[in-house]
Design a protein around this ligand. Structure first.
Ligand code: COA
Ligand code: AMP
Length: 628
């Protein structure tokens, strides 16, 4: 057997021994004697008797080991023209100071703190400061509109919100403070205080419940690390589900620390002193795990990049970052590479930079299309590694673990299940399908350490969303197959979740936004293929009888409405007014059929469609740059 098979087998045959071994990579206040507690199954708990502090493991222990001067985090911000490097000692001190400031505001163990920040180092500082004092952070992606932020504030009920005066999108400065104020106005729960990081591009006017980050920190004594139970929550991260109400994925302290630390070596081949650059956002799981926690737990250097891969100033920024910081492992979403390729098809900008230290490119967040795979492989001359995971899982389910043993790549497959993940493919009746046959991709319980433990304050929804479809299995929501060599192929979602430029969004929540327009009788939103973003949403609405509007007027209002309610990140730019939606005889909207027609597949028009306007609109396509 190869190394991969040995390690995978060990994780399946004796998970207790396997994960207790991996737990040795973490410094515990009380080392766990047991790996798994299944007494509350299907709720499983990892390292139930362990105690640790995740911030201590990410920062203090590296300083205590004599590596305080090593760069921990580099903030590279072409959009502001600034560059800041934090050594481990400096980052620990800044985190301890901000943790002290939070403690002075009365934030303690178990209290929630919502973080709504752009890609500034203070985002990592705020997250780690929460971890230091046992508070539970919930980072909300900056591209979400006030209403989405308000939904998360109401669910997480934070004592404090941490935000900034503004974010920067290309050449645009986006004032954040008015968005935060509006969200607090909309929310039923009112946080006691907001801490605002003032940025010189657009400082904010502070109100009576607002505090200036710099003033607060200057007056606070540093806080020490609080030992936590391994099963205490470290953070809540909201993600899109089928409905407009986001799901609050809960991550524990111990399992997450062990799994991430282990994955840094086994999957990404990154050890102490090496540099990882993850081009994502701290608001997504990829940012939590591989911009902040993973690299720091491993004692590596992480690059927190503020900007897009293209545009400001050019499509060579990822190469510049890789060269400037000697990046060994780069990780981003395929869409970033499609954007770079669109601006620089020959990859000429890569030749301007010394990429000799780059060893791997990891891609995830959406399906890696073969074209992008080939382009990136030819350009970089390093392994291009697709891998598959989700907000819920916290770290990859399926990957090519180069730190254990690199397997030959099959384009289209993120390769094989990682140790700990017992991946199966089932048919609708719950029976395993033969190799090569598509079905629902599920994972046999218990999930390994690091995966979600439940949904915040909603065990019922956790059970109904993930564990009730197939007894004993976690439903990933993706379909696909496993081939004869054990390679997994992920084909797409089976629910209303779409992936737009690597951002996970719910068509259900967009439908809720469209339905809120007074002229809309009914609507459907589907994700259609897009050459740059992978998928983009398209909306179809039927207006109430008697509605008389100028051509294009309602459509424009609806596009604006979705942008206002969900945020620019929804990218819904195309809404068509149609006479009727295709439905089954029992009245269910045929979204799958609509997707097929819009993507140019040879989808038969259902016999129930008695008005052709929707079929015409689907075939016409929208303004997006579509591909089938
Ligand atoms: N704050 C405010 N607005 C934001 C935002 C943020 N943090 N993030 C995105 N937006 C806005 C964008 O400015 C854009 O607005 P516009 O419609 O007015 O132009 C809109 O939301 C859509 O954003 P996006 O889908 O990201 O498109 P884009 O054209 O701005 O950028 C890419 C496209 C591919 C370059 C970019 O999405 C990217 O680099 N993605 C890959 C990396 C990544 O983040 N992956 C996530 C998981 S790994
Ligand atoms: P998120 O929770 O935002 O990480 O999105 C998770 C979803 O993105 C998965 O359920 C998949 O549908 C999709 N996804 C992530 N990575 C991949 C991949 N490598 N290949 C195919 N789909 C992916």
């Amino acid at each position: 057997m190869g190394m991969y098979e040995d390690v995978f087998r060990a994780s399946m045959d004796d998970p207790e021994a396997f994960w207790l071994g991996a737990a040795e990579g973490i410094d515990w206040d009380v080392a766990p004697r047991r790996a798994l507690d299944s007494s509350g199954a299907p709720f499983h708990r990892w390292f139930p008797d362990g105690r640790l502090n995740v911030c201590f493991n990410a920062l203090d222990r590296h300083v205590e080991a004599g590596r305080g001067d090593q760069p921990a985090l580099v903030h590279d911000s072409p959009v502001t023209g600034t560059l800041r490097t934090y050594s481990y000692a400096r980052l620990r001190d800044e985190v301890a100071a901000f943790a002290g400031a939070l403690a002075q505001l009365g934030v303690g163990r178990g209290d929630r703190v919502v973080i709504y920040l752009p890609m500034v180092p203070e985002a990592a500082v705020a997250m780690l400061a929460c971890a230091r004092i046992g508070a539970v952070h919930s980072v909300v992606f900056g591209g979400f509109a006030p209403r989405e932020l308000a939904l998360r504030i109401d669910d997480a009920t934070p004592k404090v919100v941490v935000s900034a005066s503004c974010g920067i999108e290309g050449k645009r400065v986006i004032p954040y403070k008015p968005l935060l104020d509006r969200a607090v106005e909309l929310a039923s729960h009112k946080p006691e205080k907001s801490v605002i990081l003032q940025r010189p591009q657009t400082p904010a006017e502070l109100g009576p419940d607002d505090l200036d980050w710099a003033d607060l920190v200057a007056a606070a004594p540093p806080a020490a690390c609080v030992p936590m139970s391994a099963n205490d929550p470290l953070y809540i991260l909201y993600t899109s589900g089928t409905t407009g109400k986001p799901k609050g994925v809960v991550r524990d302290c111990g399992g997450y620390a062990v799994a991430l630390h282990w994955s840094m070596g086994a999957v990404y081949d990154i050890g102490p002193g090496e540099t990882m650059f993850t081009g994502s956002d701290v608001g997504w799981v990829v940012g939590h795990s591989y911009i902040v926690y993973g690299p720091l737990l491993a004692g590596a250097t992480t690059v927190l990049y503020e900007g897009k891969p293209v545009g400001t100033p050019d499509a060579g920024q990822f190469w510049r970052v890789a060269a400037d910081y000697g990046v060994k492992t780069m990780f981003t979403a395929p869409t970033a590479f499609r954007a770079i390729r669109k601006e620089d098809p020959e990859g000429a900008r890569a030749a301007d930079h010394d990429l000799s230290r780059l060893r791997y490119l990891f891609l995830a967040g959406e399906r890696l299309d073969p074209e992008t795979y080939r382009w990136a492989s030819a350009l970089l001359d390093v392994p291009v590694i697709d891998h598959w995971w989700q907000t819920e899982t916290g770290w990859p389910i399926v990957a090519n673990p180069v730190g254990i043993e690199a397997a030959p790549v099959k384009p289209g497959s993120p390769t094989r299940p990682l140790p700990g993940w017992d991946v199966r493919v089932l048919d609708a009746a719950g029976k395993p399908v033969p190799a090569g046959v598509d079905g629902a991709i599920v994972v046999r319980l218990p999930l390994p350490p690091g995966a979600l433990t439940t949904l915040w304050k909603d065990d019922e929804r956790y059970l109904s969303s993930y564990l009730s479809a197939y007894d004993g299995y976690y439903l990933t929501g993706d379909s696909g197959h496993i081939d004869d060599d054990g390679y997994v192929f992920v084909m797409g979602r089976t629910d209303d979740v779409i992936n737009v430029a690597g951002h996970r969004l719910s068509t259900g929540s967009m439908e809720e936004a469209l339905a809120a327009h007074p002229d809309v009788a009914e609507c459907a939103v589907i994700g259609v293929a897009d050459a740059l973003k992978g998928q983009v949403p398209r909306g179809f609405v039927v207006l109430k009888a008697g509605t008389a509007r100028e051509p294009g007027e309602v459509e424009a209002e609806l596009v604006r409405l979705v942008r206002e309610r969900i945020g620019a990140v929804a990218s819904l730019k195309d809404v068509a007014v149609v006479a009727a939606l295709p439905k089954t005889r029992s009245g269910k909207i045929l979204r799958k059929t609509m997707r097929g027609i819009a993507d140019g597949l040879d989808e038969p028009v259902p016999s129930t469609v008695d008005d052709a306007s929707v079929i015409d609109a689907l075939r016409r396509g929208g303004p997006g740059d579509r591909t089938s």
